[in-house]
Design a protein around this ligand. Structure first.
Ligand code: MG
Length: 169
């Protein structure tokens, strides 16, 4: 069930920003995915849609959980063997992607397709975050999937609303 919690949305935004990524940067990924289909789409529209996605409690809970694991990993507080898998972004770990699917799950099959695309192509800030995780002592194992999930969910929300308008005519 998609509950809305505006107070925790602010905490989720702060947590994402403290990890080095802005809402505008995530919205820009949404814009890059969707502008091919909706040429008049603006960055402001995408920011608005990211903020709507962030209202949902299950989205917030994914952020709180995933980013906490990244932070605990940086502080060497995860137990063995989880510490090694999260630190190295071990390719067969997979829980980072599974957790982020909880974000797009709210938006149906189009959300899953968009997430798969974003995960593979690593557009914009997702590439930056992925490289930061690989080349610095920052742990970004959950972060890249979370921001990919947010961008994909907002793109799906935009697509749903547009389709809704068309069939509503
Ligand atoms: Mg990851």
């Amino acid at each position: 069930m998609a509950y809305v919690d505006v107070k925790n949305r602010e905490k989720a935004i702060k947590m994402i920003e403290n990890r080095g990524v802005t809402i505008e940067e995530i919205a820009n990924v949404t814009l890059l995915i969707q502008k091919e289909y909706i040429p008049e789409l603006t960055l402001e529209d995408c920011v608005e849609n990211i903020l709507k996605v962030l209202e949902k409690t299950e989205v917030q809970n994914v952020i709180f959980t995933g980013l906490a694991l990244d932070m605990l990993c940086e502080q060497n507080l995860l137990p063995d063997p989880l510490d090694k898998m999260v630190k190295s972004d071990y390719s067969l770990y997979g829980v980072d992607e599974i957790l982020a699917l909880g974000i797009v799950n709210v938006y149906g099959s189009i959300g899953f397709t968009n997430f798969g695309y974003v995960d593979k192509v690593k557009i914009g800030v997702i590439k930056t975050v992925d490289e930061m995780g690989k080349n610095t002592d920052k742990c970004m194992t959950f972060m890249d999937d979370i921001i990919g999930g947010l961008a994909a969910a907002a793109a799906s929300r935009i697509a749903h609303n547009r389709y809704g308008k068309i069939i509503g005519k």
